[in-house]
Design a protein around this ligand. Structure first.
Ligand code: DON
Length: 573
């Protein structure tokens, strides 16, 4: 007896000691709850910046839910990822609760009340490109702060003060910039000086920025404190609103005190659709992304993508033809639903999207000049960043948020320390004139006072058999829709893990210009030659998308997909 029990006890003690060592070391490295295959059991945050992902997971560990973590991450990104994270921009949230409730929040910017249809045209009626892209006139009324207040009010569990605090700390104490950020800020030095002659925290006057330099943002910390103390009034009224209006006066911008006070985000019914037995939950207009995503999925569903294989010539050709038709619809039919009757029901009919593919010919590219938007019959009533979060109870949040271009309008509000968006360029400034992403539009997306500009942002959540399956989204302007689409089919059709699906090389077509963009090595050279022989104009370009996603495995664990195209990090626990 003695002989057998003693070694057993020793073994038990050793096991306990080992387990304690593993737990302590895994806590220190943020690996608690990680299984052997790199998956996590309790929850996960995937975002564009390591500091922001860690902020989110700390909130989850404190007992916060996915929305608490999302609010904390949104504010943290406004500090540590100023090229797209923001309080001076806007975005969209798609939410799915553990019990299956779904909802979306539109906190997209609005045109100021003084905006007008032709405000970016010269006397000959031609677009003055820079006017909608840089400086004070390029900004819409910011929506992010109201969005976070609304999201937290409806679904948050921790106090508002608790979820805003990490961002205040990061702004007041500073954070170490990444190598990529140092290079970006140095590259923009002159432009930032031009637009902010009184200085801004983003400009280093002493020497060029280098990796690991501390970026301290005192003014932003004060602004965040006001938001923490007063909620939306801390931003849309009082000292911060005064600073925004003073900026507008300095640079002849349009945003007034009334515009700020009147801004409200909108809860909207999610768009849903089925694809090979999976339910897609995504963003309705003011984003075009959700409708276009479902249209693309419906267009390709009848075809055997899995048999053809990932990025084979047949797969790419089919998808390019679907994208051509869907983006033509986008240009004509999509705009702010509060101003324009978007024919949503018609666009989302599977027969409609099938019929759009009927005139596609395997032997030759369909010229975009021969593709118009489809006719929708019957009357109807009616540098961005993405982060994905799942909490311990399996509530999920998918948020894409933006200033539009990298560092937005390049104007940092003096005294308040945050960058303003250049989202006005997402309107169609003149019918048929391309915006910075080459997208064209018309009446549906024309500028009007207080109207929201059309977006391509596609935060999405996928369900399988009534259970959470994937949380996904990306930046990338017009390529957002196709990157989200390709990430979803990479998992569903091509059986990739989340990380592989995110990292996989992507391609893109958007009707106009009539060109197929490929990331380097997205296709083999023989397949490229086959497509060229059919009349496709193929161009190799830089990175497409920067997807941050989470996959729930059939064992109930979470796989992260953090895009290697950026500094993105998946942190689980
Ligand atoms: O809302 C939109 O569609 C654009 N403003 C998104 C811009 C974007 O993704 C820039 N990042 N790469």
């Amino acid at each position: 007896m003695q002989k057998t029990t003693k070694p057993l006890n020793n073994f038990k003690i050793t096991s306990v000691i080992l387990a304690v060592i593993i737990i302590i070391s895994s806590c220190a490295s943020g690996q608690l709850g990680k299984n052997n295959s790199g998956e996590y059991e309790n929850g996960m945050v995937v975002s564009a910046h390591p500091e922001a992902s860690h902020v989110g997971v700390e909130i989850l560990k404190k007992g916060g839910n996915a929305v608490d973590a999302a609010v904390a991450v949104q504010f943290a990104l406004a500090v540590v990822y100023p090229n797209a994270g923001n309080i001076g921009g806007g975005g969209f949230m798609v939410y799915r609760s553990a019990s299956g409730e779904i909802n979306t929040l539109d906190f997209r910017e609005k045109a100021a009340s003084g905006a007008s249809r032709d405000m970016y045209l010269d006397s000959a009626g031609n677009p003055i490109v820079d006017k909608s892209l840089y400086g004070h006139l390029a900004s819409g009324v910011p929506g992010s702060v109201d969005g976070m207040v609304e999201a937290h009010k409806k679904y948050g569990k921790l106090s508002w003060a608790e979820v805003v605090q990490p961002a205040i700390d990061l702004a007041a104490n500073g954070f170490k910039i990444t190598k990529r950020q140092a290079a970006e800020l140095n590259g923009l030095h002159r432009n930032l000086m031009d637009f902010n002659p009184n200085g801004t925290a983003f400009v280093n006057l002493e020497s060029p920025w280098k990796e690991s330099d501390l970026l301290v943002q005192k003014e932003l910390a004060n602004t965040l404190k006001l938001i923490q103390e007063k909620g939306r009034a801390g931003f849309y009224e009082g000292a911060v609103a005064d600073s925004v209006v003073a900026e507008m006066q300095r640079g002849k911008g349009l945003i007034t005190k009334e515009d700020l006070k009147n801004y409200h985000s909108a809860w909207r019914k999610p768009i849903t659709g089925m694809y090979r037995g999976y339910k897609i939950i995504t963003m309705p207009p003011t984003s075009s992304g959700g409708i276009a995503l479902i249209q693309l999925l419906q267009s390709v569903e009848p075809y055997p993508l899995k048999k053809w294989g990932f990025n084979s010539d047949s797969t790419v050709q089919l998808i390019v033809e679907a994208e051509r038709r869907v983006y033509a619809d986008r240009a004509t039919h999509l705009g702010d639903p509060d101003f324009y009757a978007v024919p949503q029901v018609g666009l989302l009919k599977a027969e409609y999207n099938k019929s759009r593919m009927a005139n596609f010919n395997w032997n030759a590219a369909t010229p975009s000049s021969s593709v118009l938007a489809g006719e929708i019959k019957g009357s109807e009533h009616e540098e961005t960043t993405h982060f994905s979060i799942v909490d311990h109870d399996e509530n999920a949040v998918s948020i894409t948020t933006t200033l539009n271009g990298s560092y937005g309008s390049l104007v940092a509000v003096k005294g308040a320390g945050f960058l303003l968006n250049n989202e006005m360029d997402d309107f169609s400034v003149k019918p048929g004139a391309p915006n910075m992403y080459g997208l064209v539009g018309g009446e549906a997306n024309a500028i009007a006072p207080n109207k929201r500009m059309l977006s391509s942002m596609t935060p999405s959540i996928v369900e399988k058999d009534g259970k959470l399956f994937m949380v996904v989204g990306t930046p990338g302007g017009s390529t957002i829709i196709t990157s989200v689409f390709q990430t979803i089919i990479n998992v569903i059709d091509f059986d990739m893990s989340m990380q592989k699906a995110v990292a996989a090389k992507k391609f893109h077509h958007q009707w106009l210009p009539d060109e197929v963009y490929l990331e380097k090595d997205a296709m083999d050279s023989l397949s490229i030659e086959k497509l060229k022989a059919k009349g496709y104009k193929i161009l190799i370009r830089g990175p497409i998308g920067r997807v941050d996603a989470i996959l729930r495995t059939k064992w109930g664990t979470y796989q992260g997909g953090a895009d290697p195209r950026g500094d993105d990090v998946a942190v689980g626990y």
